[in-house]
Design a protein around this ligand. Structure first.
Ligand code: C5P
Length: 224
C-alpha cells in the first residue's frame, strides 16, 4: 500500500509549522519537520567547530548526524535529540536558523539528508514540512501545498510572538532578516524554494489558522 504524503512548502514564517502540526495531530499521521534537520546540522557544526564554508566536512557531518526525534505526549510535541542532548529549543534560535539556511545551500548536505527524510514516509501517512518537499523529496505526493504570506505579514506575526514572550524586538530588523532568508532560500541553485508544478498555493496573509486548515482539509477530502 502506498503511503499518502501531504507536502507543505513555503518561506519562513508562513505558518507551515503550525498547520503541519495540527494536520498531523488531527489525522494521526507522522510529521517531518525537515527544517529541523538543517538546523541540527547547523548546531552540530557550531559544536564541532566546522567552518561554514567547509562543505566537505559539513557533508560528512550530515551523513553521520546522530539525531533522534522523540514523540512525547501530544501537548508536549516532538523532542529533538542531538548526540544524546535535548536541543528542541536550542535549534529554534535565530542564529541557528541563519546558519541552517547557509548550510542548506550545499548539494552534499542536501543529498546526505535526502534518505533520512524519505524514511519518515510510513503508514498511515506523512505531513512533510519544508522548502523542497514537493519538488525534490516527495515528488509523487498526491497533495502539495505551497503556503505563502507577504514578508510584512510574516514579520508582523514574528514581532507579536516575540513581544508576547517579553523579548525586545525591532520590526524593521525582523523584516530585514525575513527578506534576507527568503532571498537565500529562493536563489540557491540546488532545491530552491519554489512551488512544485502541481502544488496548490494558499496565501495566508489575510487568513487565520482555522481558515487555512479549512482549505487544506477541503483539498485533502477532494483527493481521497
Ligand atoms: O523551516 P526552518 O526555518 O526551520 O528551516 C531552516 C532553514 O533550513 C531554511 O531557511 C532553509 O534554508 C533550510 N531548509 C531547506 N529545505 C527544507 C527545510 C529547510 O533548505 N526542506
Amino acid at each position: 500500500k502506498s503511503v499518502p504524503v501531504v507536502t507543505v512548502d513555503g518561506p519562513s514564517g508562513s505558518g507551515k509549522g503550525t498547520i503541519c502540526k495540527l494536520l498531523a495531530t488531527r489525522l494521526g499521521w507522522h510529521l517531518l519537520d525537515s527544517g529541523a534537520l538543517y538546523r541540527l546540522v547547523a548546531l552540530a557544526s557550531m559544536r564541532h567547530q566546522i567552518a561554514v564554508d567547509d562543505e566537505d566536512s559539513l557533508t560528512v557531518l550530515s551523513a553521520h548526524l546522530d539525531v533522534q526525534f522523540k514523540t512525547a505526549a501530544e501537548t508536549d510535541g516532538v523532542h529533538v535529540v542531538l548526540e544524546g542532548e535535548d536541543v528542541t529549543s536550542t535549534i529554534r534560535q535565530e542564529e541557528v536558523g541563519k546558519l541552517a539556511s547557509k548550510v542548506a545551500t550545499y548539494p552534499g548536505v542536501r543529498q546526505a539528508l535526502l534518505e533520512r527524510q524519505r524514511i519518515f514516509a510510513a503508514l498511515p501517512g506523512l505531513i512533510a514540512d519544508g522548502r523542497d518537499m514537493g519538488t525534490v523529496v516527495f515528488p509523487d505526493a498526491p497533495l502539495k501545498i505551497y503556503l505563502v504570506a507577504s514578508a510584512e505579514e510574516r514579520a508582523r506575526r514574528r514581532f507579536l510572538q516575540l513581544q508576547k514572550r517579553g523579548a525586545d524586538a525591532s520590526f524593521a530588523k525582523i523584516l530585514q532578516d525575513i527578506q534576507a532568508r527568503d532571498a537565500q532560500d529562493m536563489n540557491r541553485s540546488v532545491a530552491p524554494l519554489k512551488p512544485a508544478a502541481d502544488a496548490v498555493t494558499i496565501d495566508s496573509s489575510e487568513l487565520d489558522i482555522d481558515a487555512v486548515m479549512y482549505e487544506v482539509e477541503q483539498l485533502l477530502r477532494e483527493r481521497e
